[in-house]
Design a protein around this ligand. Structure first.
Ligand code: ARG
Length: 467
């Protein structure tokens, strides 16, 4: 049963907390564009944690009695519960999450609540909330990347045991044979860099701006470091003007998210190709496809297409953030409120897409060897050119010789290996043994596709992703 709201009845005409010196209320249009609680209520948990840390700081500075601190702590806990079970009434007159919480706290904790905002402004408060929120988003994204990385590694391992060989493509045309696992590991490499980037971004995000006030700090003797540490932030900002106006962390996170989305989009594209009838290598599980309302035979790769599509949204969020920031004079400007939605959108898009991609990868199966797209013999011609190099032929000349043979083969609809063996009988023995599998085994150097190398990479990456 849904509990009844326990807080105040909405009364849009009531004065805002900042309106002590005001006669006029905000115009209708201003009130509308000003309103942020519909989205910044996502910062509620961080706002409450930040307020509690600040209250403790005021207490340690001798500016808040023990009983006032207790009243504030109890009020904040009550507000957290009200928000969690949907009973909290957000009022438009209070604009944002910060003032909604402060107003409710004053009702719950009386005068103690009115003491909380000393030495603090919504400007350092929102900067703190956003940083705490971004740290949590980074940690969640790391988990998502880990799950996807491990899912790819488990597929890569399976298709190393029962080797699946595909033509590596350049320009979307067959190049040379590789293990499909090698191709999957290419994506795990991207995800490894994504994790690195997020870890790096986290260092610059977990920095507390509290104590910067509206823009120029405060006269009150706050122990900024102690407050930061109590919030799990190892560092504090070093310049109050920068602290209240900096959203670099949001832009960095959005970039990391956008680039990860580009990687997911590329993986989506490859999987769409590899699972399709033209490339005939893999199959999607039914639960990651949808049917057509008209064409009965269709099983469309919608999960992958949506991930690919959503990458546009993630790049958009980054551009939106950068554009909002670019013309701002020091220090806080209200424009900064506009950085929140793109930040949330980047995180949501990333999390949903990581989950969808993990589901797809877990559901992938390989087609039977006999049903898979065969590898054209031409994909082995580079191996022959390199054999000639081993026999002392300059590479350019070897390339030309093999090119003539493959050209003739294409014209006659023949296998270039047969033509080469007739033209240069000394090569016959090498050519008899030249298969896609032997070609894969022979590319045995760091970063190569030989099965032993790929198995080594799986071990290395698994350690990194399990950590
Ligand atoms: N909702 C505001 C924001 O996100 C909070 C800070 C408001 N500060 C101000 N000086 N009006 O930016």
């Amino acid at each position: 049963m849904k509990k009844k709201p326990v807080s105040r009845k909405p009364s849009p005409r009531r004065k805002a907390l900042w309106a002590g010196g005001y006669d006029a209320a905000p115009g209708k249009a201003l009130a509308k564009i000003s309103l942020s609680h519909p989205f910044d209520r996502r910062l509620a948990a961080q706002d409450l944690a930040g307020s509690l840390a600040h209250a403790r700081g005021l207490h340690r500075a001798g500016l808040l009695s023990k009983s006032d601190l207790e009243a504030i702590a109890a009020g904040l806990a009550k507000i957290a519960a009200e928000i969690a079970d949907g009973r909290f009434v957000f009022e438009d007159a209070d604009e944002d999450i910060h003032m909604n919480v402060e107003r409710r706290l004053a009702a719950l904790a009386g005068e103690a609540g009115a003491r909380l905002h000393a030495g603090r402004s919504r400007n350092d408060q929102v900067a703190l909330d956003l940083r705490l929120w971004t740290v949590a988003a980074i940690d969640a994204a790391q988990e998502g990347l880990r799950a996807l990385g491990l899912a790819l590694l488990s597929r890569a391992e399976a298709w190393c045991k029962e080797p699946v060989v595909i033509p590596a493509r350049t320009h979307l045309r067959a190049g040379q044979p590789v293990l499909l696992s090698h191709a999957l590991l290419a994506y795990v490499e991207m995800l490894r860099r994504d994790r690195d980037r997020l870890a790096d971004c986290r260092r610059r995000t977990a920095v507390s701006p509290l104590g910067s006030g509206a823009c120029a700090g405060t006269t009150l003797p706050l122990d900024r470091r102690a407050v930061a540490e109590s919030l799990g932030m190892p560092e504090i900002t070093e310049n109050s003007l920068d602290a209240v106006s900096d959203r670099d962390f949001a832009a960095e996170f959005a970039f990391a998210a956008a680039l990860t989305m580009v990687h997911l989009s590329r993986l989506a594209e490859d999987l769409i190709l590899w699972t399709g009838e033209e490339f005939r290598t893999l199959r999607l599980s039914e639960s990651t496809t949808t049917g057509s309302s008209m064409m009965p035979q269709k099983k469309n790769p919608d999960a992958l297409e949506l991930v690919r599509g959503k990458s546009g949204r993630a790049s958009g969020a980054l551009i939106s953030l950068l554009t909002t920031m670019k013309g701002l004079p020091l220090s806080y400007n209200r424009d900064l409120q506009e950085t929140q939605e793109p930040l949330f959108s980047a995180a949501d898009t990333l999390m949903d897409s990581l989950a969808a991609m993990t589901e797809v990868v877990r559901g992938l199966s390989a087609r039977k060897a006999s049903e898979r797209l065969p590898i054209e013999s031409g994909a082995l011609s580079t191996d022959l050119a390199e054999e000639l190099v081993r026999r002392g032929v300059p590479f350019r000349e070897a390339h030309g010789r093999v090119a003539r043979w493959t050209r003739r083969a294409a014209k006659d609809g023949a296998d270039f290996r047969a033509i080469a063996a007739t033209e240069d009988p000394g090569l016959a023995r090498f050519l008899r043994r030249l298969t896609p599998e032997s070609s894969v085994r022979a590319r045995d150097l760091p970063g190569g596709t030989a099965p032993a190398r790929v198995r080594g990479e799986i071990r290395r990456l698994r350690k990194l992703f399990q950590a």
